[in-house]
Design a protein around this ligand. Sequence first.
Ligand SMILES: C[S@@+](CC[C@H](N)C(=O)[O-])C[C@H]1O[C@@H](n2cnc3c(N)ncnc32)[C@H](O)[C@@H]1O
Length: 258
Amino acid sequence: MSAQADKRTTRFDAEAASYDASKPYLLPWADEAAKTLVSYLPKTSQQPLIGMELGCGTGLVSQRVLKSTNPPVAFILGVDASEGMITAFNAKAAALAEDNGLVSPGSPLTLESPPRGMYAVYCMIEDDSSLRQSVAATPFADVLPTQDFDFVVSHITWHHIRDLNAMAKHIWRLLKPGGVFLIVDYEKTSDSIEFHPPSGRSEVEHLWGFSKDDLRGHLEGAGFVHVETRDVLTFERTGKDDGVTRKFTFIGAKGVKE
Ligand SMILES: C[S@@+](CC[C@H](N)C(=O)[O-])C[C@H]1O[C@@H](n2cnc3c(N)ncnc32)[C@H](O)[C@@H]1O
């Protein structure tokens, strides 16, 4: 792992345990990302869908997408490069599964295949074998999906990924034909760099965020078709370091693997 990736992981490790409680503004963001994803999923599927969340954090988006009944979603594999986030995600996954009567207390997954609910693995996807290797290192290697996903979602993670064109191609290969990839991240504007206060910029790869054309380019360059972009949500935020209130917009870009 590179020094840059270490820094990124350490920051999220430190935040993970109190992430949801200390950042209530994330909840409407996750609501809108989940709604946007579900709006793009095929409604004709007979089988409940199996998805992946890239940079899943504590599972705020995954837990919402799992509630979808049209189409039904069976399982989401969370993938994150922070061990702290994985621990938080899987504690939430176990609690949700117990609530739904899917597993016995203490176990995050049933051993049925495909599994139901959500489960996260530590992985920095860098090549086509890294997700398989990460899954193989879990006690659930026999039941967790590693390819042929119906959808992949990335919510405010894309700006952390170093090589976006390579990552878009990895995601394309992980999807089944007809599979949907949705990126939601902040829009590039004259002051979008302020989305991260100066004190928290060092570990961020794409500080200015993205234009809709940037995201379209990543998706089309990887071979995605039926690419659509849209505004997802606009909100105001006051800078931690300078106290100035600014407006930010999250944009979404969806592509389909033909
Ligand atoms: C801003 S958080 C967003 C988390 C979650 N998607 C949410 O909406 O709450 C970004 C997440 O991406 C993860 N991340 C950053 N770079 C990554 C990479 N190369 N591979 C996997 N995860 C990564 C971080 O560890 C962090 O959990």
